[in-house]
Write a protein that binds this ligand. Sequence first.
Ligand SMILES: [Zn+2]
Length: 339
Amino acid sequence: MRVATLVEPGKIELREEPAPAPPPGGMVVRIRAALTDGTDLKTYRRGHPKMPMPTRFGHEFSGDVAAVGSEVARFAAGDPVMCVHTAPCGACFWCRHAQEELCENLMPAMILGAYSDLIAVPRGIVERNCFLKPESIGYAEAAFLEPLACVVHSLRMLAPAAGSTVAVIGNGGFGMLHALLLERRGARAILVGRRPERLALARRLGIESADSSDVPVRDLILERTHGRGADAAIECTGTLEMWEQMPSLVRRGGRVSFFAGLPGEARVSFLAARLHYDEVTLLAPFHFTPADVRDAFELIADRALPLTQLISHTYPLGRIAEAFTQLDAGVGLKFLIEP
Ligand SMILES: [Zn+2]
């Protein structure tokens, strides 16, 4: 089978490897659709501390079960499935305290390699975070299970009231998903970003959009919120500059959510008075729980969101290097990679 391997930053090789065998309680999935996201692009550009090179990569996928291991009853060869790439262990301190997104075994057991022909899925994921793909749902839509679970988790933590105004900063895939889900939940989303083709896509999707090319983000938000600031604001750019501005975008008593991460050594500063005197709350959602994955599955199965509209380009696996050259140059939004 072919496996897209990141051999050094900016260099992908398609390597031949033996097909994996299904682990006990697990299965092997033949990939039908894989998506690119910001983490994949970051890893491509500068590597990832948890993924020493050479490494396989890609983590948003759907496909068909190619083989099942012993003791798998829920799925059989030939079943179309959608999975995420992690599962909590269910036994550690965090799992026992309803914070499965912080499970200490989550990252060590993570699977990578969605940009391949086949991927081995271990027991924990098969038992807790895989679903039969409904026939009415395409493989490309089904591959949104993981990014959508992140956004479901993010909004579960933020818990915006219906009718509240939420500024979403950054109009990449995650910014768009947040805006779409907020609107569906009855909140007003203001999506802030720069690239013209993304602003145009947001408008086509019916998202209220603001262009920050020439205007400071804070001015854009105040202008649209009676000078008060948004009820909540979500950071989806992953830049220090934006992180530091976030507390200035919400009203007194507002909530800030840092969705996109910064490098581990980053330090952030903002005015303490915004927190103490203005009661601004800071949150930083990470990953997701099986309940979030189930909610994301239901949103996809109900066709609640126009997910495939977020796919800007489709490439065969054989041309994945070209796809990442394009992404690296700032072209497009999410790319669909098909074996
Ligand atoms: Zn755990």
